[in-house]
Design a protein around this ligand. Structure first.
Ligand code: CAA
Length: 388
């Protein structure tokens, strides 16, 4: 029985900062961002947006199609947790009107946890093939101002419906894993921005790729040459290019640089203008590939490398299904990206510095988001979400 991704939808904020604006303020060459790290814009969440509203907006089109009672489990992956105890998914459960018999849980291991959620969802569906599991990955990437990480911020959420006989991508059961206790990127509970050892993090990413790939090769007969496209975790798009060259070299691939670039270039398009969305980024990359590839991907095999700092890496594969094109949300995604508003540097700072109240008083939040769901207030330490 085939199990995998039946439908996929993503959402990002309506606001972005162009990295040319950031470069100008920093007296940096914009090509460092546009070419050096391969990023053009970064999404900035509005004051009334957070991982819950991004997630609910991403999942809404899927629930509108299958109905709220179709979902047996909601797995919510994030590293931008809003509560140490309550799962962000429980708020989403109410906003989407899911059935009270649907179980909900939040998962964490940096940017990797969406892949853990996907694998767990596949296992649940393999046990009960009539069930559908909703996997949501939602994150807001934030670094300190005037640090090298600042240009790699962003925000986004992706929602995937996991089921049997999936219409988009069947996920194969063989996986290669690599785990090591390292401090490349982390965010202690008392901080709202991540700490990162930037150069080290890129080295560890490549090491985890090598080791996860080697582990994958021990359990799967597939070789590098059997895979037509590759989706990598996308902290910034240049990282995927480096990763792919690294993997090709490890495998002594005969492909030339242009052919290698063709195996990943369509996965990078959305990320270049959304920025890092941590757990969601590789799956937004998958959307980007499925929705922008000029040739049909039907029956093609895709390699996925998921990386979460700290660190856990996983390599796995999936095969694109015949007729997948009819099940995409291409025009909605592209219209959403085209309709976003550009921020000035001062407006960016205003969003960046918008207060995060912790005093237990009543704080109403003005309506800024153009999305269907918003964080309307934080009162008595409780977050209040409404449907617009
Ligand atoms: N024109 C063209 N290219 C230029 C340029 C110019 N004018 N100026 C610089 N460049 C190039 C550099 O040569 C460099 O290229 P290479 O990497 O190929 O050598 C590239 O632009 C970046 O320049 P720097 O190395 O000088 O950049 P930096 O040190 O200021 O910052 C970074 C880079 C360390 C990755 C930083 O963006 C960062 O800390 N980011 C956050 C951490 C991160 O994303 N790590 C990725 C792995 S961890 C992970 O994946 C988990 C996660 O989601 C965070």
């Amino acid at each position: 029985m085939s199990v995998g991704i039946d439908e996929i939808s993503f959402y990002t904020s309506n606001y972005f900062l162009d990295l040319r604006t950031l470069a100008e303020v920093q007296h940096t060459d914009p090509d460092k961002y546009y070419t050096g790290i391969g990023q053009e814009r970064m999404g900035m969440a509005a004051p009334d947006e957070d991982i819950v509203t991004l997630a609910a907006n991403a999942a809404l089109p899927l629930i509108e199609r299958v109905g709220p009672d179709a979902i047996s489990t909601l797995l919510f992956a994030t590293e931008t947790g809003i509560d140490q105890s309550k799962s962000a998914g429980v708020y989403v459960h109410r906003l989407l009107g899911l059935n009270s018999n649907c179980r909900v849980v939040e998962l964490k291991q940096a940017c990797y946890s969406a892949t853990a959620a996907l694998q767990m969802a596949c296992a649940l569906v393999a046990r009960q093939p009539q069930r559908k599991v909703l996997v949501i990955a939602s994150d807001i990437a934030r670094y300190d101002l005037n640090t090298p990480g600042e240009a790699t911020q962003g925000c986004g959420a992706v929602a995937m419906l996991i089921g049997s006989d999936p219409r988009l991508v069947s996920i194969e059961p063989e996986v290669g894993n690599y785990t090591e206790d390292v401090m490349d990127f982390w965010r202690p509970n008392y901080r709202t921005t991540a700490l990162v050892d930037g150069k080290y993090s890129t080295k560890i990413y490549l090491k985890a790729l090598k080791r996860a790939w080697e582990n994958f090769r021990e359990v799967s007969p597939l070789t590098f040459g059997d895979l037509s496209h590759f989706c990598y975790h996308l902290p910034f798009s240049r990282m995927a290019q480096k990763a792919h060259q690294h993997l090709a070299k490890l495998n002594r691939s005969p492909l030339d640089p242009e052919q290698l670039e063709a195996q990943i270039e369509e996965t990078l398009l959305y990320n270049r203008t959304i920025g890092n969305s941590y757990t969601a980024s590789m799956y937004i990359g998958l959307c980007s590939l499925l929705e922008n590839c000029r040739n049909s991907l039907a029956d093609s095999r895709i390699g996925f490398f998921s990386y979460g700092s700290g660190c856990v890496g996983e390599f796995f594969t999936g095969t694109v299904r015949q007729g997948y094109e009819a099940c995409l949300h291409r025009s909605r995604h592209q219209q959403m990206l085209a309709a976003r508003s550009e921020l000035s540097y001062d407006e960016y700072l205003e969003l960046y510095r918008y207060p995060d109240p912790r005093d237990g008083e009543v704080h109403e939040i003005p309506q800024v988001t153009t999305g269907r769901f918003r964080l309307a207030a934080i009162s008595h330490h409780k977050r209040e979400y409404i449907i617009c």
